[in-house]
Design a protein around this ligand. Structure first.
Ligand SMILES: [Zn+2]
Length: 119
């Protein structure tokens, strides 16, 4: 007789193509993950921009390839012409809004990494 055990758990919804991270809601990347390094580099550039523009609370910029890969993990594809609005919340925290034709497609809250921003 064969017994099937249903654990009630589906396969994780998200998986990183560059490391072993798998999760349903939030990926915790391996420390050596190239995708994570790319996104952290973009976030560090944003933080440096806000430091050199202390009176600005937000900026628009182009979408970086690392961000396109980051969003691709969720199954979303950013259309051509997608721009990023970065809002500075202070303390190294940012919200990145991925928008196209005045429609916000996705919002990501960035917190500073524990080891501090790369420079
Ligand atoms: Zn990863």
């Amino acid at each position: 007789m064969t017994e099937t055990i249903d654990t009630g758990r589906a396969a994780p919804r998200l998986s990183c193509p560059d490391c072993t991270a798998r999760a349903d809601t939030q990926l915790i990347h391996d420390a050596t993950c190239p995708l994570l390094a790319g996104v952290e580099a973009v976030c560090a550039r944003d933080e440096a921009w806000f430091r050199s523009h202390p009176h600005s609370r937000w900026r628009f910029r182009d979408l970086w390839p690392a961000e396109r890969a980051e969003i691709g993990v969720t199954g979303h594809q950013m259309p051509a012409g997608t721009r990023v609005r970065v809002v500075d919340l202070g303390g190294g925290r940012h919200v990145r809004q991925f928008a196209c034709r005045r429609v916000v497609l996705l919002e990501v809250l960035d917190l500073p990494p524990a080891r501090g921003w790369a420079t």
